[in-house]
Design a protein around this ligand. Structure first.
Ligand code: SF4
Length: 241
């Protein structure tokens, strides 16, 4: 039984949300990553404001035409832009990818990125975020998924669900949400992985942007948005009576 919304602190609510979504979606194993870190990094750079299908088309067209990373790095930028055209902002993305690859090659001539394994979370975050086109979301996704470091990626779905439930305030930015949410959770990669994946799925399937399906959501008793909507319904009924 989930305690009532107003009795819980944001940290307690965060944990209750985590437990409720574990039950709804099941606990996932944090397994060996399916893709090489460099693949994950470049795909995530391409994914900004782009659907998964369009990002994959751009990535695989690029790899077909330029099978090695030095070939991608030295391709004429207008050609690379054309190849990436299914992604949003292909021009800036082509430039950023080439610049990032040059910096990666200086550190790891084989482009493996496995050196990040040995770095502390802070060092790895700083190094990644110094690459052009790499922000908090991309860096945390790579470090959590590929290196199992205790960081929390906050994408649009995780952000929206967290705000509606009331884990973070209405004025908190997505950047700040990374730290606020992380501070309320154990610094354990499996917990953070499940929290991220579950809120992501929840935002895609139930707590959707246009029409959250509160009537079928197990978080309603915890959720500010759901409780406010219910309260408004009660007030309306009182007026009618
Ligand atoms: S109760 Fe509604 S608003 Fe709250 S998380 Fe669930 S679907 Fe989203």
């Amino acid at each position: 039984m989930i305690p009532q919304n107003e009795q819980l602190s944001p940290a307690e609510k965060t944990w209750q949300t985590h437990e409720a979504l574990n039950q709804l979606y099941g606990v996932l194993d944090l397994r060996k990553p399916r893709r090489e870190p460099i693949h994950e990094l470049i795909s995530t750079m391409l994914s900004h404001r782009t659907t998964h299908a369009n990002e994959e088309t751009a990535y695989y067209r690029m790899r077909e035409l330029y099978p090695t990373w030095p070939e991608v790095m030295t391709a004429p930028v207008d050609e690379l832009t054309k190849v990436l055209e299914t992604a949003q902002y292909p021009g800036p993305k082509a430039i950023n990818i080439q610049k990032a690859l040059r910096l990666i090659q200086e550190k790891a001539p084989d482009f493996s990125l496995h050196f990040l394994e040995e770095m502390s979370v802070e060092e790895a975050m700083d190094w990644l975020m110094a690459l052009p086109g790499v922000g908090l979301k991309t860096a945390t996704l790579l470090l959590l998924f590929n290196f199992h470091k205790p960081v929390l990626p906050v994408d649009t779905h995780v952000f929206r669900v967290s705000q509606r439930v009331g884990l973070i305030g209405a004025k908190v930015t997505a950047e700040k949400a990374h730290t606020i949410l992380l501070d309320m959770l154990p610094k354990e990669a499996p917990v953070l992985f499940n929290f991220h994946k579950h809120l992501y799925w929840h935002g895609q399937r139930i707590c959707t942007w246009k029409g959250p399906k509160c009537q079928e959501c197990p978080l309603c008793a915890l959720c500010n948005y759901c409780q406010e909507v219910r309260q408004k319904g009660v007030d309306k009924q009182k007026k009618v009576i």
